[in-house]
Design a protein around this ligand. Structure first.
Ligand SMILES: [Fe+2]
Ligand SMILES: [Fe+2]
Length: 95
């Protein structure tokens, strides 16, 4: 089934602050029984006078006990203002 996932993750602290990495993945055909992944991209929340572009691919589906699935998101924002922010978490359920 064609679907996407929302996501909203706080980044790690770098240079004394953190950002929010939030958005919706691109839509992809698949379900919890296969190995599909989703591309995502966006711009972080504005903190400490700047923001960071980010982009990447999710991990494979992680089945949920009550149906549906999520994906792991692990990455690092682009460098802005001489630093970047790692982030790690899971997307929301497919919708
Ligand atoms: Fe930053
Ligand atoms: Fe998915």
């Amino acid at each position: 089934m064609l679907h996407a996932h929302p996501f909203a993750l706080p980044t790690s602290i770098s240079a004394g602050h953190r950002h929010l990495v939030r958005g919706t993945t691109t839509s992809t055909e698949g379900d919890e029984g296969d190995q599909h992944v989703h591309y995502y991209s966006g711009i972080s929340s504005y903190e400490d006078g700047h923001e960071h572009p980010f982009r990447g691919w999710t991990g494979p589906p992680i089945p949920l006990a009550n149906g549906g699935h999520t994906h792991e998101i692990v990455g690092q924002t682009s460098y802005t203002d001489c630093h970047s922010h790692p982030y790690r978490g899971q997307t929301g359920r497919n919708s």
